[in-house]
Design a protein around this ligand. Sequence first.
Ligand SMILES: *[C@@H]1O[C@H](CO)[C@@H](O)[C@H](O)[C@H]1NC(C)=O
Ligand SMILES: *[C@@H]1O[C@H](CO)[C@@H](O)[C@H](O)[C@H]1NC(C)=O
Ligand SMILES: *[C@@H]1O[C@H](CO)[C@@H](O)[C@H](O)[C@H]1NC(C)=O
Ligand SMILES: *[C@@H]1O[C@H](CO)[C@@H](O)[C@H](O)[C@H]1NC(C)=O
Ligand SMILES: *[C@@H]1O[C@H](CO)[C@@H](O)[C@H](O)[C@H]1NC(C)=O
Ligand SMILES: *[C@@H]1O[C@H](CO)[C@@H](O)[C@H](O)[C@H]1NC(C)=O
Ligand SMILES: *[C@@H]1O[C@H](CO)[C@@H](O)[C@H](O)[C@H]1NC(C)=O
Ligand SMILES: *[C@@H]1O[C@H](CO)[C@@H](O)[C@H](O)[C@H]1NC(C)=O
Ligand SMILES: *[C@@H]1O[C@H](CO)[C@@H](O)[C@H](O)[C@H]1NC(C)=O
Ligand SMILES: *[C@@H]1O[C@H](CO)[C@@H](O)[C@H](O)[C@H]1NC(C)=O
Ligand SMILES: *[C@@H]1O[C@H](CO)[C@@H](O)[C@H](O)[C@H]1NC(C)=O
Ligand SMILES: [Ca+2]
Length: 567
Amino acid sequence: MNRALILLASASAAYATSLSSACTAARVRDSLPEDGYILGVTFDHDSVTANAVYNSSHSDEVFFPDATINYCNVTFSYTHEGSDDSVIVGYYMPAPSNFKNRFLATGGGAYAIQSGSMSAPGGVMYGAASGFTDGGFGSMDTDFDDIFLLHNGTINWPSVYMFGYQAIREMTIIGKQFTKNFYDVSNNTKVYSYYQGCSEGGREGFSQAQRAGEEYDGLMIGAPAIRYEDPGLLPPPCELEKIVNETIAACDPLDGRKDGVVSRSDLCQLQFNMTSIIGKSYYCASSSSSSLGLGFGKRDSTEPAQNGTVSAEGVAVAQKIVDGLHDSKGRRAYISYQMGASFDDAATSYDSTTGEWGLDIAGAGGEWIARFLELHDEDNLSSLEGYTYDTLVGYMKQGMTRYMDSLQTTIPDLTEFYENGGKIIHFHGEQDESIPTGSSIHYYNSVRQTMYPGKSYNASTAALKEWYKLFLVPGAAHCDTNTAQPNGPFPQTNFEVISRWVEKGIEPVTLNATILQGEYEGNNEQLCAWPLRPYWKNGGKNFTCEYDQASIDTFNYNFDAYKLPLY
Ligand SMILES: *[C@@H]1O[C@H](CO)[C@@H](O)[C@H](O)[C@H]1NC(C)=O
Ligand SMILES: *[C@@H]1O[C@H](CO)[C@@H](O)[C@H](O)[C@H]1NC(C)=O
Ligand SMILES: *[C@@H]1O[C@H](CO)[C@@H](O)[C@H](O)[C@H]1NC(C)=O
Ligand SMILES: *[C@@H]1O[C@H](CO)[C@@H](O)[C@H](O)[C@H]1NC(C)=O
Ligand SMILES: *[C@@H]1O[C@H](CO)[C@@H](O)[C@H](O)[C@H]1NC(C)=O
Ligand SMILES: *[C@@H]1O[C@H](CO)[C@@H](O)[C@H](O)[C@H]1NC(C)=O
Ligand SMILES: *[C@@H]1O[C@H](CO)[C@@H](O)[C@H](O)[C@H]1NC(C)=O
Ligand SMILES: *[C@@H]1O[C@H](CO)[C@@H](O)[C@H](O)[C@H]1NC(C)=O
Ligand SMILES: *[C@@H]1O[C@H](CO)[C@@H](O)[C@H](O)[C@H]1NC(C)=O
Ligand SMILES: *[C@@H]1O[C@H](CO)[C@@H](O)[C@H](O)[C@H]1NC(C)=O
Ligand SMILES: *[C@@H]1O[C@H](CO)[C@@H](O)[C@H](O)[C@H]1NC(C)=O
Ligand SMILES: [Ca+2]
């Protein structure tokens, strides 16, 4: 039966179709857009797979609430004519009775372009067909860094553009039409289109706002890695951990509420001097640890017990980290983490052969230099000998120049997205230890100044907030809650909030969030929209969002190490 006959036969009965009868390879094949729907793209009809998944339970996720869902798991591939590539896309299609005329595109983390099985359920539970792509890298298990080099010295440029923005754009354009066909939605009925992702997934979201603005109605973007930035060289972990703990203890009450959460890292920077920690004793038992994050902080280590007192040198190193990357002339090249954030991505590692603590470099930072800048098929640097801050600034410049039109995702002109009526909820953990919080504020300011060049600070902020809001998440780590500040909230219901904003015009003045661990687990909190800052009056009881010029000014940066503007 061809498509037209199916349409006639099913007429308006589409919503009565059960998941089991809808979820067939034949229906998926019939629902594929025409070849050439995107110029040069043809579909491989033999590649189609479809299987119904029932009672799939998801709990303890930070980006969406607990839910049990049913969906049709669809995959198929397409090729770009004239190339011999094959791009696999995956879509989780809600049961027809639960479909709410929504499509959600999802992204990945670190060098993975997708985390579909982890992200797509967050759309299905809200009635959205939810898509992801392998970028044409070979399989859903193949990351960008695995295929980026064709050989030492030879870049696989098509993969750079696919990772940069093209693959997710195509997955969305194909997915929106496939969704209409699959559910028999008429072409003139709106299917709302969303994106959700954090870290590299956040970068992918901004890549779409910047380069595919007409395709989306709402974007939920967390802690975006938009600049392929500071590789982050740094010094003994127990001493640094003690410095962080003391900073948290000293700065927690500055926000008006003593709850173990540094909700005002700006007041911490203005009022707390880390030299007061010198002389305090620290102790850490020996440990063997390993952690794998969504972001850029991969590490493994075995460390001996450490016992000592905080030194002036240790505090100086911590201060240098907090000040951010500067060149030897003292010019700013990059931003650092907010005070109170852990130094995990910036700590030293123990060399068991020499028994000394040496400079370390976060896994992804070393790989960035070795593979993406030096073009060696390796995932770390062999040595840090001879590296200076100027070397790192040089790498920053090289990265920006080489990948300006592909991976650099800081175009501040979002006119197309704005004119299409798009809305953005952008959030960033205020205690992010991997992508500096200030990086998001700097981009927000770049968009504000670019979109509203003639307006004052307050007027341009008010205009931007009508469609693009930035929320800092008190105490939150990189795309996650923070074990060191368990009473901090996390914005877990963003899909609910943005769909109300897009579909019903209910504007989120504050962002809904929930405490997800610790003694207050389950409590609701609201997050202030930048540039307003949280402050608790009346002994921690009365929550307010205040305008504090001195605090806002701590987030203004002048990147004078570069001649080109850094957006
Ligand atoms: C899914 O769960 C419901 C409720 O517990 C149950 O009735 C149903 O049989 C389950 N379906 C499958 C396919 O396991
Ligand atoms: C979805 O389908 C793909 C392709 O057949 C398969 O690899 C994957 O495991 C399936 N996922 C689920 C949750 O069924
Ligand atoms: C809907 O639009 C698609 C893409 O333009 C087209 O291929 C299809 O024939 C249209 N369907 C109907 C029923 O008009
Ligand atoms: C820092 O505080 C954490 C609790 O958040 C504790 O587990 C850890 O031992 C402390 N570290 C040091 C060096 O005191
Ligand atoms: C902290 O105090 C020391 C010693 O008084 C001073 O040299 C330093 O400039 C202060 N640092 C900051 C960031 O205010
Ligand atoms: C740490 O060192 C001090 C002084 O050397 C000693 O008194 C103390 O017992 C040590 N603490 C631990 C937990 O080893
Ligand atoms: C690529 O370079 C690394 C050293 O930088 C070397 O170990 C490896 O063998 C080279 N691979 C090829 C295919 O030449
Ligand atoms: C990467 O290499 C540097 C320098 O050789 C080393 O200090 C660091 O521990 C390595 N990092 C990882 C994650 O292997
Ligand atoms: C900007 O708005 C804030 C909060 O409404 C106000 O306190 C501040 O005075 C305004 N600044 C200017 C220059 O008008
Ligand atoms: C806000 O979050 C609470 C949990 O903290 C949740 O019960 C409620 O449904 C959320 N509201 C919206 C609009 O998402
Ligand atoms: C705190 O909030 C309560 C209840 O909304 C209100 O009655 C009280 O006046 C507020 N106190 C202060 C100091 O703002
Ligand atoms: Ca606090």
